[in-house]
Design a protein around this ligand. Structure first.
Ligand code: FES
Length: 270
């Protein structure tokens, strides 16, 4: 497996973006932003994120962290970045709005060096990076199996497009997320890597399910639904305990992750 995508913090700077398109997708709004060209966007991978800084003058005091849902780099039309918000927040990024952004940040998902069957699992809004990830995995020649969970069926994200890309799609609920992943690993032959997004507990349980079956996993160990995250290493809210080579240590997920080897989080105490 190739190394995870490179962290983006060293080169990321606040930039001015412009909202060019907002489209509804069930309980979510997919928002496209035109951003200045930068090689960092060309290197950007699923699992990286952006920070929308708080702006008191707009009644938005806290920063908002958003997964990058996709990047399009076009020499004619410029660089466009897609993010996803809950529909209730969608008005925040209306078409035509100029918006300061910080990003792309973090370490994204690496792809297998060779085509192998993979299992990709995500919960609700944590699934934002998955459509892009699945497309890259398919380009790599991987057979993709999906487990998507949501506590409310309306909170599944882009199931239709994902069904067209994946060999199988299993829908479940949050409290059965990891057991469903484990069940699929028992049913499927030759899954080489498990990719997971969701809450910290969910990805830890998925990582343990993969580890118990001798499968490698990569998990996004940052839940952007948690409140009061800064995304820049200052607040400490994303810290988690990991076990690396038998040693337990604390890790700042927004800086050292968010994508981590599942083995690091599978055995960490809650
Ligand atoms: S989100 Fe604030 S330090 Fe990581």
């Amino acid at each position: 497996m190739t190394a995870p995508g490179r962290p983006g913090h060293r080169s990321a700077a606040v930039l001015e973006a412009v909202v060019t398109l907002t489209r509804a997708s069930g309980a979510y709004d997919v928002v496209s932003l035109a951003v200045p060209p930068d090689p960092a966007w060309e290197r950007c991978r699923p699992g990286q994120f952006v920070v929308v800084p708080g702006e008191l003058s707009r009644g938005e005091p806290l920063p908002t962290l958003l997964w990058v849902a996709g990047v399009s780099v076009d020499p004619v039309h410029g660089t466009t970045v897609d993010v996803v918000l809950a529909a209730s927040d969608g008005q925040r990024l209306r078409e035509g709005r100029a918006q300061r952004l910080l990003g792309p940040l973090g370490r994204g998902f690496g792809l297998p060096a060779h085509p192998v069957p993979v299992l990709v699992a995500g919960h609700e809004a944590g699934s934002v990076p998955l459509r892009w990830l699945v497309a890259l995995l398919r380009e790599r020649g991987c057979e993709v199996h999906l487990v998507l969970s949501a506590d409310d069926p309306d909170r599944h994200l882009e199931v239709g497009p994902l069904r067209r890309q994946a060999s199988t799609v299993m829908l479940t609920e949050g409290d059965r997320f990891a057991t469903t992943v484990g069940g699929r690993l028992d049913e499927l032959d030759g899954v080489g890597v498990v990719y997971a997004t969701g809450s910290r507990d969910q990805v830890r349980d998925v990582a343990a399910a993969a580890r118990d079956r001798g499968r490698a996993s990569r998990v996004a160990a940052l839940d952007l639904q948690e409140p009061v995250l800064c995304g820049t290493g200052l607040c400490g809210q994303c810290d988690l305990r990991v076990v690396v080579d038998g040693q337990t240590r604390r890790l700042r997920a927004c800086l050292e992750g968010p994508v981590l080897p599942g083995e690091w989080v599978a055995d960490a105490a809650r």
